[in-house]
Write a protein that binds this ligand. Sequence first.
Ligand code: IMP
Length: 180
Amino acid sequence: MSQKPPELERLIPGETLAERVRSLGGEISRDYRGRCPHLIGVLKGAWVFMADLIRALDLPVTVDFLSIASYGGDTQSSGEVKIIKDLDAPIEGRDVLVIEDILDTGRTIQFLKELLETRKPRSVRVVALLDKASRRVAPVQADYVGFRIPDAFVVGYGLDFDQKFRELPDICVLRSAASR
Ligand code: IMP
């Protein structure tokens, strides 16, 4: 049986993403003036956003990454979050900024915030490029949000469907994604 080809519909053009990332960078730089925040990128979805965001910051920063699994190869949340790759360095006393691609049910960020708090950072805040607030299950919010988007499955600018579409310069709605 042949599969229907994916239908991509542009939701946020690359130029709009670039503009918003610049203004988020300005906001974060003002809030963290005189400090050196520790940016933690959540792999793999957040790396494109994080690469642009650090260059929009007028601050010294350090970076680390962790990799978690919360979704399988489709668009359905498993509701389970586990660490695949942990941080390389301790975060005790650091001002941590968790960089996430998208906040959906909020389970990932809830799990990560609880985990990171046990390591005694000075502060933990969350930066999410996208926020699908209508899908929230866990009572969490991002401290900085790029765009609030409707309940649709999106790809591009680092976000994937089954490891595909990360290279797209725009955020696009994937129409043929399995219905949730
Ligand atoms: P949450 O735990 O439900 O908030 O899910 C967060 C994670 O699910 C994100 O970091 C993404 O990896 C993935 N995710 C949620 N919605 C989408 C989407 O629309 N496109 C691609 N990945 C998504």
